[in-house]
Design a protein around this ligand. Structure first.
Ligand SMILES: [Zn+2]
Length: 59
């Protein structure tokens, strides 16, 4: 299950396909916003990188 990049909720439904890029779109039940799976993945990667750099700075 994808996590919403807006509010972090995992309550998301598939919401068709983006007509321009062809990527699947999802709609968050928590905040009602839509996002693409690509956006969610990019934000997830960014968040993981930030967490990693935070750990490094603490050591
Ligand atoms: Zn949301």
């Amino acid at each position: 299950m994808l996590r919403c990049p807006h509010c972090g909720s995992t309550h998301t439904n598939k919401y068709g396909v983006n007509s321009e890029s062809g990527t699947p779109r999802f709609r968050c039940i928590g905040c009602g916003k839509t996002f693409s799976s690509r956006t969610a993945q990019l934000l997830l990667n960014k968040r993981m990188k930030e967490q990693t750099s935070e750990r490094k700075s603490k050591i």
